[in-house]
Write a protein that binds this ligand. Structure first.
Ligand code: FAD
Length: 285
């Protein structure tokens, strides 16, 4: 597999800006995200603080970002990244179906909204997981619940069904999940994960289900969960003014690195992160 020089995880304003700057500096990028770029762009009714665009709707800004990516020849790889491993002189980037390699990584994953499920943090690594591709082999023949925050979670639930003894799937979105017949779809709101040494049950508003594992597949996960060894600070990724993290070759930007949560800050930091990645690559030669 060809190793990318720069992989960007997240297609919001931070990731888009990083991709544009890297492309302008002659570095083709591997940009992971979604075809809508970011929910948080499309959802904004009117944006009044983006320089030069005094009264733009979120949807119009999203379309403008897309036109800019198209003009630069940047395509979005539509995949949720499940894990990023620092391998020394490169990073291994794992999605549900593939593993990619890149010399540098820019984390532009935004922030995880909402409170964790009661029991989630307590049982993390003891029955609670965020990555089916990574942890499915531990649940061979066992009972598993998969909570999916968007259809992007469905391929991972389908993979779990090949390995686990039984799979419950709780979609937190509308629409009919496209899953193998063996997966039992529950339209119930999860309320807690419980257990003793390890997870023994998932609770919902409607009842209690005995399970050995609970997979929480959100569109965004905390970058410190995504990248083993990454240093955090107050719930964000710790970076310096060059957007460098504690891992050489790994940069972060946008909401992921802290307040204020703003488009223009995210875009500015994406620019800095890309320039720092280019500088890092030059120093490796
Ligand atoms: P995001 O926009 O959150 O983008 C992150 C992207 O990364 C998403 O596409 C996500 O799916 C993707 N991603 C995350 N994890 C993974 C993974 N593991 N694999 C692959 N992709 C991944 N700010 C303003 O300045 N002005 C406003 O008027 C304004 N209005 C807002 C209105 C609303 C309703 C909301 C919700 C926010 C508003 N904001 C506003 C805040 C602004 O949306 C954020 O600050 C900005 O979007 C942050 O950009 P980002 O690129 O850091 O992250």
């Amino acid at each position: 597999m060809e190793r990318a020089e720069i992989a960007i995880i997240g297609s919001g304003p931070a990731g888009v800006s990083a991709a544009i700057t890297a492309s302008l500096r002659g570095k083709p990028v591997l940009l992971f995200g979604s075809k809508d770029l970011s929910d948080k762009i499309g959802k904004a009714h009117t944006i009044r603080n983006y320089p030069g665009l005094p009264d733009i709707s979120g949807e119009a800004l999203r379309a403008a970002f897309q036109r800019h990516l198209d003009a630069m020849g940047v395509t979005v790889t539509e995949a949720r990244v499940n894990a990023v491993y620092a391998m020394g002189d490169y990073f291994a980037i794992q999605t549900a179906n593939e593993t990619y390699e890149a010399t540098t990584v820019i984390l532009a994953t935004g922030v995880v909204q909402g409170k964790p499920l009661p029991g989630e943090e307590e049982f993390l690594g003891r029955g609670v997981s965020y990555c089916a591709t990574c942890d499915a082999p531990l649940y061979r023949g066992k009972r598993v619940a998969v909570i999916g925050s968007s259809p992007a979670a469905e391929p991972e639930a389908a993979y779990m069904a090949e390995v686990a003894g039984s799979v419950l799937y709780l979609p937190l979105y509308d629409g009919d999940p496209d899953l193998p017949a063996s997966v039992q779809v529950l339209r119930e709101k999860p309320t807690a994960v419980t257990g003793e040494a390890v997870v023994t049950a998932l609770h919902t508003e409607a009842g209690e289900y005995p399970v050995d594992g609970v997979f929480l597949l959100r569109d965004a996960m905390a970058p410190t969960q995504l990248v083993p060894g990454l240093e955090g600070s107050g719930g964000h990724v710790a970076v310096n003014a060059k957007m460098q993290t504690n891992l050489p070759g790994c940069f972060a930007c946008g909401d992921a690195v802290g307040l204020p949560y703003q488009y223009v800050k995210a875009a500015g930091e994406g620019n800095v992160a890309a320039l720092s990645a280019v500088e890092y690559l030059a120093a490796q030669k």
